[in-house]
Design a protein around this ligand. Structure first.
Ligand code: NAP
Length: 276
């Protein structure tokens, strides 16, 4: 088993994830895994970074596929005995003018952004080594969507005692409510992406709390963040930040020094903790 440190970035064949891998290859003192659900797209991205003189490694990972997540888990366990840095970056968003029925958009978006990210955490967080860093890429849209929730839902999502099971039930309820066209009556905002990212931010707060309870001495720091508005296939060419600029906050959180004890369990934007 190797003593080399290891970092994994989900959904990193393009966009912000690729830029995070680029920055980690330059700054992280260990192996950096570019992962992609499609090996062809992943290998092409590895080749692109190799042309820049960088040496990322590759592993397949589809966060919608539990078998794929578990294959990566087993690989990391066997080759490295764990994991030092995990960046949950993979995500999807329907375009504003997409005509797919809202209930389908809700199901598909929540499946990847919330349930897929959660499954990666369930399988990989137990592998995190002492002083490990976990970064869940959420969005400022999670904050605005929270503001669009009923007072009752806002209270639940801001609660310091909400459990992961309760959060899963709420995310499941959102999808069910969209199918019955009652989601707005039930206090949800009219944004599937926004609700999925509420899920990612709240999940991060819960996971950080659990780390405090169960692994206090291990100095693991886990945060959610917004990369900003970034020119990628998701956000389009009018966005204000380049992918490398969008990578700055996630990379800052991934490389928090070993003597840092904060931020932890926070929502961070522009390297600054934001109120939730
Ligand atoms: P992007 O260019 O569309 O890239 C998304 C990446 O996620 C792609 O590599 C995609 O792979 C991957 N992905 C999607 N579903 C996946 C799955 N099931 N398994 C594994 N990988 C999967 O988007 P981006 O703008 O870089 O977004 C990266 C993250 O930042 C997302 O979580 C997004 O919500 C968040 N974010 C972006 C912005 C922005 O302005 N761009 C703002 C706030 C937050 P394929 O190539 O195979 O589709």
């Amino acid at each position: 088993m190797s003593n080399v440190q290891v970092a994994v970035v989900t959904g990193s064949n393009k966009g912000i994830g690729l830029a995070i891998v680029r920055a980690l290859c330059k700054q992280f003192p260990g192996d950096v895994y570019l992962t992609s659900r499609d090996p062809g797209r992943g290998q092409a991205a590895v080749a692109q970074l190799q042309q820049e003189g960088l040496r990322p490694l590759f592993h397949q990972l589809d966060i919608d596929d539990l078998q794929s997540i578990r294959a990566l888990r087993d690989f990391l366990k066997e080759k490295y005995g764990g994991l030092n840095v995990l960046v949950n970056n993979a995500g999807i968003a329907f375009k504003v003018h997409d005509t797919t029925p809202f209930a389908i958009q809700a199901e598909v978006t929540l499946k990847t952004n919330f349930f897929g990210t959660r499954n990666v955490c369930t399988e990989l967080l137990p592998l995190m080594k002492p002083y490990g860093r976990v970064v869940n890429v959420s969005s400022m849209v999670s904050s605005s969507a929270l503001g669009g929730c009923s007072q009752e839902l806002q209270q639940k999502f801001r609660s310091d005692t909400i459990t992961e099971e309760e959060l899963v039930q709420l995310m499941t309820k959102f999808v069910e409510d969209t199918k019955k066209s009652v989601h707005q009556k039930e206090g949800w905002p009219n944004t599937a992406y926004g609700v999925s990212k509420i899920g990612v931010t709240v999940l991060s707060r819960i996971q950080a709390r659990l780390l405090n309870e169960k692994r206090k001495g291990d100095h693991i720091l886990l945060n959610a963040c917004c990369p900003g508005w970034v020119r990628t296939d998701m956000a389009g060419p009018k966005a204000t930040k380049s992918p490398d600029e969008g990578a700055e906050t996630p990379v800052y959180l991934a490389l928090l020094p070993s003597d840092a004890d904060a931020p932890h369990g926070q929502f961070v934007s522009n390297k600054t903790v934001k109120p939730w």
